[in-house]
Design a protein around this ligand. Structure first.
Ligand SMILES: Cc1ncc(COP(=O)(O)O)c(C=O)c1O
Length: 403
């Protein structure tokens, strides 16, 4: 018998997406007839706007789109993404600096694969989205966590970043608004971080997928525009999923200097070739249209955000700073860990989340998934009634916790 592994070491080291796992378990319980309320999903609960769907239907009927198209994306879509980037961020790019990807996720993967050599370090602010560590690892890179907590609203300072920098640091990953915390850096903070990165010759990979989902007095700032000193060492990741309720269509993009984009396009040309033409034409309608659909969603998310934060902070042992963007709340549940609840003593936020799913039929994603145990992530991209019912069930159960 061969002594070789069946699954390579590299791929065995990839963990299951914890957010998708929670969602799958909640959906399975629901399918079995249990009234589960899921706060796990990272997607808008709205359908894709009709004019975008119509553009896809039209494209499906056009034989031009039944064939392979350029691996890097339809020229008209690349052009429209460049125009949209200038409109929304004031950042001027040529279509040759755009690579259309299979969702923002593929852009994340390709950015790290294209920039990192084995041993290159990437500074990643924790709590972080679950996909980043796996993408960094697959590229042979080393993720260096810069851990934040609720005391700063999950914002990292230049001092913290500087303390984590070494001679091997190649890049900073900058995500604002953040998944999972909803933290949004102010313009001043963004400029300070960008200038620090520029001063040390670091690349900045910036994930702007939640750019249009900011609330109250928070403002989205593109680090690429705010810090011209970064020169061409910036890679922007983005996509249509969150802005236009298009998670299932799988269209994202990567913007960067022409040599990096060319290299990433070569990678994609062997991995997946062009993104589905029908989906690309839907994305073209989305990015070249106006932003009224996202304005409507934003108003609903803002209302739900306020309800959720208020209700969470009313639960003893739960503390939730106000999220300023995206559609997630990230409360601390540290005070509840180790307490007695329905005859059990959950020792981690993971165990507490399991108990909550079983006892209250409410699905939350434990902080372990985001590099910071002791927290939950709750998405507020679900209907108002379900949201209120779910958090009130959570409150009722957690109020039973005893020392
Ligand atoms: C921060 C962040 N970036 C990128 C993505 C990728 O989205 P998609 O691959 O659906 O375009 C997500 C999705 O959850 C996200 O939260």
């Amino acid at each position: 018998m061969s002594s070789r592994r069946r699954v390579s070491a590299r791929i065995s080291a990839i963990s299951e997406s914890a957010t998708l796992a929670v969602d799958a378990k909640a959906k399975a319980m629901k399918a079995a007839g249990r009234p589960v309320i899921g706060f796990g999903a990272g997607e808008p609960d709205f359908p894709t706007p009709g004019y975008i769907v119509e553009a896809a239907i039209e494209a499906a009927r056009d034989p031009r789109f039944h064939k392979y198209t350029p691996a890097g994306g339809l020229p008209e879509l690349k052009q429209a993404i460049a125009a949209k980037t200038r409109r929304d961020s004031g950042y001027a790019v040529e279509p040759s600096q755009v690579l259309v990807t299979n969702g923002g996720k593929q852009a994340v993967y390709e950015a790290f694969a294209t920039l990192l050599d084995p041993g290159d370090e990437v500074l990643v602010v924790a709590p972080y989205w679950t996909t980043y560590p796996e993408a960094v690892k697959l590229a042979g890179g080393v993720q260096v966590d810069v851990v934040t907590d609720e005391s700063t609203g999950y914002l990292a300072s230049v001092e913290q970043l500087e303390a984590a920098r070494t001679g091997r640091t190649k890049a900073l990953l900058f995500v604002s608004p953040s998944n999972p915390t909803g933290a949004v850096y102010s313009r001043e903070q963004t400029v300070a971080i960008g200038r620090w990165a520029a001063e040390h010759g670091l690349w900045v990979i910036t994930d702007e997928i939640y750019e249009h989902l900011v609330y109250g007095d928070a403002e989205f700032t593109s680090i690429a525009t705010a810090v011209p000193e970064l020169g061409d060492r910036v890679v922007i990741l983005n996509g249509v999923a969150k802005t236009y309720a298009m998670t299932g269509w799988r269209v994202g993009w990567l913007i960067g200097p022409a040599d990096v984009v060319k290299a990433a396009t070569n990678l994609q040309s062997h991995a997946t070739s062009n993104v589905s033409n029908v989906a690309q034409m839907a994305a073209l309608a989305a990015v070249s249209g106006d932003l009224s659909a996202v304005a409507e969603m934003r108003a609903a998310f803002d209302r739900r955000r306020q309800t959720m934060v208020r209700m969470l902070n009313d639960i003893p042992g739960v503390f939730c700073p106000e999220p300023k963007g995206a559609f997630y709340a990230y409360p601390s549940v540290k005070e509840l860990i180790g307490k007695e609840l329905r005859g059990r003593r959950p020792a981690t936020s993971g165990e507490l989340a399991e108990l909550i799913l079983e006892e209250a039929e409410v699905a939350v994603v434990p902080g372990e998934a985001f590099g910071t145990p002791g927290y939950f992530r709750l998405s507020y991209a679900l209907g108002d009634d379900d949201l209120a019912e779910g958090v009130s069930r959570l409150g009722k159960l957690l109020s039973e916790a005893r020392a």
